[in-house]
Design a protein. Structure first.
Length: 159
């Protein structure tokens, strides 16, 4: 009987710390850290759990006709409405009053590495939002390769 009463009293006290646990907000002072900040940098050598898989996906594939065909298809789905079929920035969206994207024929973009287009598709640039959640890494490389083909063709529709 006494053991049950003690057990009930002990279990009654468990709920307090489990429901509302203490935490620190960003930039709040933390007395135990070396610099006094609650925002502690991870130790050297720490990598994200999926960093190796993401790095493998971000490797540029070889330029093949299949890659260009896939890039043309994906470009038509995700890019042509703003950038235009020929990459000159004269798609239907800017024709309706939205900001016009730059032409891929500009010297700055002609000189840009192919990885630049991959990064822009991934992270966005200017008023263009990121497509990382809509376009797979392989398709981003395919689109970047197709943009290169458009540039090489001088803006003529590379069909």
């Amino acid at each position: 009987m006494k053991a049950r009463l003690i057990l009930l009293l002990l279990l009654g006290g468990c709920d307090q710390n489990m429901v509302q646990q203490p935490r620190y907000d960003e930039y709040e002072r933390l007395p135990l850290s070396a610099n006094g900040s609650s925002m502690i940098a991870p130790p050297d050598g720490v990598v994200a759990q999926d960093a190796v898989a993401r790095a493998a996906q971000a490797q540029r594939p070889a330029m093949t006709p299949a890659l260009l065909a896939r890039g043309r298809e994906r470009y038509g789905i995700y890019c042509a409405m703003c950038h235009g079929v020929d990459g000159r920035g004269d798609g239907i969206v800017p024709a309706r009053g939205f900001p016009r994207p730059p032409s891929y024929m500009e010297p700055r973009l002609m000189a840009a590495p192919t990885a630049h287009f991959y990064d822009v598709i991934t992270h966005g640039y200017g008023v263009m939002y990121a497509y990382a959640d809509r376009v797979s890494p392989q398709d981003r490389w395919a689109i970047a390769a197709y943009i290169r083909a458009l540039q090489k063709a001088g803006g003529a529709d590379a069909r």
